[in-house]
Design a protein around this ligand. Structure first.
Ligand SMILES: Cc1ncc(COP(=O)(O)O)c(C=O)c1O
Length: 295
């Protein structure tokens, strides 16, 4: 499938407070965000024309920026309004939203203190990460040699562009080895997450998920933990060593883009798509379309 390059599309973006033609949304090559990684972003989903957990995402954008030492110059409410209006102008029913904030080109220095902070928001139709049978029958993961860093080594709680180096390396290696995605351990060798989603194991009917202390505590992760409790499924957030994978009956990933994504194998060890994964995937699919509890 040929994908139209992202800079060659028609439409509108929101850029530093104004709606601009999509193709004109440019930045200078000497931006801090490009050279020194001074950038944070979000990934949001549109369901039936409404962004799921929009405010939580924009709050996290602000928190991520603060973790990197800069402030987003637009309040959360303005980002929320801009997103809703953009989704309307772009006529998106089911799609994706990508807000991004970065330090600009006012100075060329490791310190980004004097660089202006820019913010842009884009939205496009983008229904699923994994299509075909993998979506329902599960994806294949390979454990990566790359690890999530310690919290005193990198701003692990921020959705920081610079941290995605690790994910890109891991994902490309996993794909080259014939997997769909990579499973990352953390700096201690504990199970952590995939390259864009959090990890859950089902052991004897209960959910087990790593403590989010070296990676993003995903909004979907928190939502799914809440749904599990509503369904009387016991949830254990705990340190998980890789040998826990041998005890698991089901494995799945959660993320805004991945939603509840079953895993069919980790390093060749097979898993079924069982009752717990199915019930949570269904509950999540209902919730995103009826977040106020209707339907
Ligand atoms: C590395 C990583 N971990 C976890 C997640 C899941 O986070 P959320 O559920 O907030 O999308 C994401 C996606 O944003 C991610 O990129």
């Amino acid at each position: 499938m040929t994908v139209l390059p992202f800079d060659e599309r028609d439409g509108t973006l929101w850029y530093d407070g104004a709606f601009v033609p999509w193709r004109e949304a440019k930045l200078h090559v000497l931006s801090h965000g490009l050279h020194y990684g001074g950038g944070v972003f979000e990934g949001e989903r549109v369901y039936g024309g409404a962004v799921f957990k929009l405010t939580e995402h924009n709050e996290r954008l602000h928190t991520s920026a603060r973790e990197l030492g800069f402030a987003i110059p637009f309040p959360v409410s303005e980002l929320d309004d801009a997103t809703r209006e953009l989704v309307r102008r772009q006529n998106i029913t089911d799609g994706y939203v990508r807000p991004v904030a970065w330090r600009g080109s006012e100075q060329m220095s490791v310190s980004g203190a004097g660089a202006r902070v820019h913010v842009a928001i884009a939205t496009w139709e983008w229904p699923r990460v994994f299509s075909g049978p993998a979506r329902d029958e599960g994806i294949s993961l390979g454990t990566s040699r790359w690890r999530r860093p310690a919290p005193d080594t990198a701003p692990v709680r921020a959705k920081a562009a610079s941290l995605y180096n690790i994910c890109t390396l891991a994902r490309e290696e996993a794909e080259a080895a014939g997997h769909d995605d990579a499973l990352l351990l953390d700096h201690r060798g504990l199970l952590a997450e995939a390259t864009g989603a959090n990890l859950f194991l089902v052991i004897d009917g209960a959910l087990h998920t790593p403590v989010a202390d070296t990676f993003l505590n995903g909004i979907t992760r928190q939502t799914v933990i809440g749904l599990a409790r509503d369904l009387d499924i016991t949830v254990h957030e705990r340190a998980l060593t890789p040998d826990a994978l041998a005890d698991a009956d089901e494995v799945f990933l959660t993320g805004t883009a991945y939603e509840v994504q079953p895993v069919r194998a980790v390093d060749g060890h097979p898993y079924g798509v069982g009752k717990v994964t199915r019930s949570l995937a269904e509950a999540y699919a209902r919730l995103v379309r009826h977040p106020d509890g209707r339907g």
